[in-house]
Design a protein around this ligand. Structure first.
Ligand SMILES: [Fe+2]
Length: 226
């Protein structure tokens, strides 16, 4: 099985590309690493399915809902406009969340390590006591999440504090507050781990920290909290 990511145009994740009848449409972003690059933490099979099938399906359905919205707006069809909100939220959220998730991860030899002591690491130590305490808090919230969803480390730009948040289903972090900026999110849908970890979500949550791209996460923090 080919474990390289699909070769697509190199575009920033989440950038709108292409047009459908005058509308911008979204396409699957290329992974910044090969499908097998996160092994043994996340198998290449999971990564390929997750990216090519799950993420692609969110994008396909998001584009479809946006086209339907475009048509409903042209007809001033209010019932249809309102009815499309849930499909846009779910599939658009799925696209937003997965686009963040891929960038949050990196092969152990390239990512890993610890957050920058000069910025994010200092904030984590100040607010949570230690990185280990933060990890325990995120994992506890992820393990306790009922059904499908995401657990996030956020920067609250109003309070200028870090915040651990969860969102249900594919709700993006912005649904919990417009001041919340995602630093990283962990996908705790079963499709993210079940093929490898079966029902032991706790092991998936414990291991994923080995492939968190702290370099990238620290850069986002520094950009959003200058
Ligand atoms: Fe997912």
């Amino acid at each position: 099985m080919a474990l390289r990511s699909v070769s697509r145009k190199s575009l920033p994740l989440g950038l709108a590309v292409g047009h459908v009848r005058g509308l911008q449409s979204f396409s699957l972003p290329e992974l910044p690493y090969d499908y097998g690059a996160l092994e043994p933490v996340i198998s290449g099979e999971i990564m390929q399915l997750h990216h090519q099938k799950h993420h692609q399906t969110y994008i396909t359905n998001y584009n479809k809902a946006l086209e339907q919205l475009h048509q409903a707006l042209a007809k001033a069809d209010s019932p249809s406009i309102v009815q499309l909100q849930s499909a846009i939220k779910f599939n658009g959220g799925g696209h937003i969340n997965h686009s963040i998730f891929w960038k949050n991860l990196a092969p152990i030899k390239e990512g890993g390590g610890e957050p920058s002591k000069a910025s994010l690491g200092w904030a984590i130590d100040t607010q949570f006591g230690s990185l280990e305490t933060l990890i325990q808090r995120v994992n506890a919230e992820g393990a306790a999440l009922q059904g499908s969803g995401w657990v996030w480390l956020a920067l609250d730009k109003e309070l200028k504090k870090l915040s651990v948040q969860t969102t249900a289903n594919q709700d993006p972090l912005v649904t919990k507050g417009s001041a919340l900026v995602p630093l990283f999110g962990i996908d705790v849908w079963e499709h993210a781990y079940y093929l490898q970890y079966k029902n032991v979500k706790a092991d998936y949550l414990k291991n994923i920290w080995k492939v968190i791209n702290w370099k990238y996460v620290s850069e986002v923090y520094e950009k959003e909290n200058p």
